[in-house]
Design a protein around this ligand. Structure first.
Ligand code: URA
Length: 209
């Protein structure tokens, strides 16, 4: 079973409260989502392997640790996942960024991929999938499956807020995927919004509605 890691650092919880507040406008919302993503990225990258290299300090030669050449990929699910990219990229600037866009077929209700542009060596990379709101879990579940179909074997899912229902869906279909969240909220409402949640993350990021 994949782990669910709730990152309850005070800075993250404080900023998440500001993000939830309906009076927070798009600019602040964007900045806060970026900041929380960066802070979450600290925990998400905790298990990156290190190697020792030799360097010279002004005083002597020494061995010191650097992140080994692990190849990483950041995969935002369009469109709200875009808001989390810059924060994570700030921590791991060498990562490549792939994009996955999905919509729900109104008849079959199945997620359909309408856009997918991935690093050419995606199957060699450890992937960090970004989806701020894990609501029904439908998009994240489908996106992870699309990535696995293209050969990806090592995937983490990072969300700001998850519903218990969404977590269950990912755990059921992808028991190899760890889920990082800032909060698991109470439930989904009849419109598949997370309660209390933060509303529509895409609309609030991009000022649409
Ligand atoms: N997507 C959102 O942006 N918000 C929700 O509450 C659920 C899905």
């Amino acid at each position: 079973m994949g782990k669910v890691i709730t990152i309850d650092h005070p800075l993250i919880q404080h900023k998440l409260t500001l993000i939830r507040d309906k009076n927070t406008g798009s600019k602040d919302f964007r900045d806060l989502v970026k900041e929380v993503s960066l802070l979450m990225g600290y925990e998400v990258t905790r298990d990156l392997p290190l190697e020792e290299i030799e360097i010279e300090t002004p005083v002597c030669t020494t061995k010191s640790k650097v992140i080994s050449g692990k190849k990483l990929g950041i995969i935002p699910i369009l469109r709200a996942g875009l808001g989390m990219v810059d924060g994570i990229l700030q921590l791991i600037p060498a990562a490549k960024v792939g994009h996955v866009g999905l919509y729900r077929d109104p008849e079959t209700l199945e997620p359909v991929e309408y856009y997918c542009k991935l690093p050419s060596d995606v199957e060699e990379r450890d992937l960090i999938v970004l989806d701020p709101m894990l609501a029904t879990g439908g998009s994240a579940n489908a996106a992870i499956q699309f990535l696995k179909n293209r050969g990806a074997t090592n995937i983490k899912l990072v969300c700001l807020i998850a519903s218990p229902e969404g977590v269950k869906v990912i755990q059921k279909h992808h028991d190899d995927v760890d889920i990082y969240v800032a909060s698991i909220d109470e439930k989904l409402n009849d419109h598949a919004y997370i309660v209390p949640g933060l509303g529509d993350a895409g609309d609030r990021l991009f000022g649409t509605k």
